[in-house]
Design a binder for this molecule. Structure first.
Ligand code: SAH
Length: 253
């Protein structure tokens, strides 16, 4: 699994960009949201007040995440903010007439975790959101599908939703990669088919499945087993159970 280890995970290649933020508290809260979810790269584009990172309110709201603030870069343009980024997502409360494809946070997070690109999530100002010029330059527009009657979240809460989804998707990806090392052999389709036939025979012998009126029992069992990602050894156990049922039922007759 050397290859999986050498590919940077989403935790190492996701940047959060805040554009023209007005409230120092929101910057601190975003830093906290990021750290709780395991992300650390924050960039501010033209914050609307001086000393953004040292501001008393930023520091207070960051709480245990002041280390994120200490490492935050403050830049004067989007070009600088997106330096080295391959995939940019505009996070916006508003859908627009001209915009890149719209995605929900979960879908975006899964796409980012599955890929290898260095990605940026770009958040707008508390009152004005993101300008069209920025949105139009992004690869996607990410919208949190909120209450249509009132869909504008607080900036840091919107960031929390996004980084939470990114964390879930990144952990799923890691689990999938590490599972390969820990799991037994995945059962083949042919092995699983053989197990189904064996199980069906046993259930008929047991009198649980009526061969003349099978209803949906086998399709339901197959659906259940299909969710289990069966391994060869597990298929063998199930076949052993079926075999034993057949032996026992046979003996009674
Ligand atoms: N009044 C602004 C909303 C600003 S809220 C507007 O209409 O655009 C500040 C930032 O939080 C937004 O720029 C966006 O990045 C994020 N945000 C708030 N609600 C959101 C939602 N429902 N979906 C996606 N992002 C949202």
């Amino acid at each position: 699994m050397k290859q999986a280890e050498s590919t940077p995970t989403l935790f190492d290649r996701l940047r959060i960009v805040l554009v023209e933020t007005s409230r120092p508290g929101n910057i601190g809260s975003v830093a906290r949201a990021m750290k709780t979810m395991g992300f650390s790269e924050l960039v501010l584009v033209n914050p609307r007040f001086d000393g953004a990172l040292m501001h008393e309110e930023s520091v207070a709201f960051a709480s245990g995440a002041v280390d994120i603030l200490e490492r935050t870069r403050v830049v004067g343009s989007m070009e600088e903010a997106l330096d080295g980024i391959h995939f940019a997502a505009a996070v916006s409360a508003r859908l627009r007439e001209f915009s890149p494809p719209v995605m929900a946070p979960r879908e975006l997070a899964q796409q980012l975790a599955a890929g290898e690109a260095r990605a940026a999530l770009i958040f707008g100002n508390e009152r004005f959101g993101l300008p069209n010029e920025i949105v139009e330059r992004c690869n996607v527009l990410v919208n949190i599908p909120a209450n249509p009657e009132y869909s504008s979240l607080n900036l840091a809460q919107a960031a929390q939703v996004l980084v939470y989804e990114c964390r879930m998707a990144a952990l799923d990806g890691q689990r999938a990669a590490s599972d390969v090392g820990f799991q037994g052999d995945a059962a083949s389709v042919a092995q699983i088919d053989g197990m189904y036939a064996h199980l069906e025979e046993a259930l008929v012998q047991l009198g649980f499945l009526d061969a003349n009126n099978p209803r949906k029992l086998m399709p339901r069992l197959k659906r259940m087993f299909s969710r289990a990602a069966l391994e060869t050894e597990e298929v063998n156990i199930l076949r052993g159970i079926a075999r034993q049922i057949i032996v026992k039922c046979g003996r009674k007759e």
